[in-house]
Design a protein around this ligand. Structure first.
Ligand SMILES: *Cc1c(COP(=O)(O)O)cnc(C)c1O
Length: 428
């Protein structure tokens, strides 16, 4: 999967000649991604094949509409690209219908609102500071200003969603749409439990699997397919495809979803992205990807145990998936201070609110970390003690202002990364 060792200007000779400034920035980003331990749970390394598909002449083509029903001519090839990709998506996720045109996860979710709701209608979703996504009806999002967003959270004592609370809210508010899933949820999502609530109140149920799509495809998390009306997902997180999104649904909702994406919300689809999604879906259907998905979860669980053993406070006590949410209150370091120090040490995480956070969202108490990217490099569970030890030293150093420990860790990180070349990147 690793690209051959070729200098950046020879890897991209036309770009280097036409725009040395941007070519140098791309090469610098490659170096950064090669040399750092990337622990942001929504990020990954795509394969060289996905990268190649993303940068093709398919991007030169306008194709508003759907295969066989376009508003522009010359679709002999593009129709095949989109049909092939949609068929792979349906097969992999076991849903009747797939729309592979949404530009990204947020517009995909907006299309779901457009398909089923009128402005002012009620949507029930997980609140942002409890682990939900902006687009699940949070106030600053269009979804929370144009629609009536009602939000559930997690229990203070367990850090987990309480389906009794969700059901009470649903019965009181009668939402037309319910979202399950989120962006900082370390635990398995009970799709069947949400489905019985949605049925009881007559709501459309959407599983937003943006974070865990790759785990579901690889059999490392239960599938929403038997339970939900619509599945919304990005393609660039654990699924390890290009930046993009898909909406999958039961047959009865196919027309509403398609009309909402186009002409409701978007113009021409990004055909180069569609092709790259197709490549990622083919990769995700292989036995190798099943082991990848399993290893992502094993690495996260092992890293969680190693961190807990070093006194870190994990929201919900651990993880069932690829991510860990860590409350740093007991370590006496704000999330942002810790995240910045870790970044200087070559360990890239993001600061994050924790449930019932007493600090503000732009300066929260926690950090969020995940294992999809490091697992794509082939880093095994046996290295998680080392990673946990680095995090421990740097968080401690952040508290005391000990920059020499930070630079020590930086060179240890670089040495380990040199041993595990990343897919799609040149090796040094
Ligand atoms: C990442 C994410 C999205 C949005 O995806 P973008 O491509 O960043 O717009 C939507 N929902 C969830 C749960 C996510 O994690």
């Amino acid at each position: 999967m690793t690209a051959p060792s070729v200098p950046a200007d020879l890897r991209r000779p036309a770009l280097a000649a036409a725009d040395p400034e941007l070519a140098a920035l791309v090469a610098a980003e490659e170096r950064l991604q090669a040399d750092t331990l990337r622990l942001i749970p929504s990020e990954n390394y795509v394969s060289a094949a996905v990268l190649e598909a993303s940068g093709t002449v398919l991007q030169n083509k306008y194709s508003e509409g759907y295969p066989g029903k376009r508003y522009y001519e010359g679709q002999q090839i593009i129709d095949q690209v989109e049909t092939l990709t949609a068929e792979r998506a349906k097969g992999l996720f076991g849903m009747d219908h797939a729309n592979v045109q949404p530009y990204s996860g947020s517009p995909a979710n907006l299309a779901v609102y457009l398909a089923f709701l009128k402005p002012g209608d009620t949507v029930l979703g997980m609140s942002l500071p409890m682990g939900g996504h902006l687009t699940h009806g949070w106030g600053v999002s269009a979804t929370g200003t144009w629609f009536n967003g009602v939000q559930y959270g997690v229990r203070r004592d367990t850090g987990r969603v309480d389906l009794d609370e969700v059901r009470d809210l649903a019965l009181a508010e009668r939402p037309k749409l319910i979202f399950c899933g989120g962006t900082a949820v370390p635990r398995e999502i009970d799709f069947a439990g949400f489905a019985s609530i949605a049925r009881e109140v007559g709501a459309v149920l959407v599983a937003d699997i943006a974070h865990i799509a790759g785990l579901i495809a690889g059999g490392a998390h239960p599938s929403p397919a038997p339970h939900v009306d619509v599945v919304s997902t990005t393609t660039h997180k654990t699924l390890r495809g290009p930046r993009g999104a898909m909406l999958l649904s039961r047959a009865e909702h196919a027309r509403a979803i398609d009309r909402a994406v186009f002409p409701g919300l978007q113009g021409g689809p990004h055909n180069q992205t569609t092709a790259a999604i197709g490549v990622a879906l083919r990769e995700a259907a292989t036995p190798d990807f099943r082991s990848y998905a399993r290893d992502v979860v094993t690495n996260a669980r092992t890293l969680g145990e190693e961190l807990a053993a070093r006194g870190f406070d994990l929201v919900s006590g651990g993880t069932d998936n690829h991510l860990l949410l860590i409350d740093l209150t007991a370590k006496d370091v704000p999330g942002k201070v810790a995240a910045k120090a870790l970044d200087r040490a070559g360990i890239v995480v993001n600061h994050n609110s924790v449930p019932y956070d007493t600090r503000k969202p732009f300066d929260p108490s926690g950090i969020r970390i995940g294992t999809p990217a490091l697992t794509s490099r082939g880093i095994p569970a046996s290295e998680m003690a080392t990673v946990a030890e680095w995090i421990t030293r740097v968080v401690q150093a952040a508290r005391t202002g000990d920059e020499s420990t930070v630079s020590e860790v930086r060179s240890e990180v670089k040495a380990l990364m040199d041993g595990y070349p990343a897919p799609g990147l040149p090796v040094s």
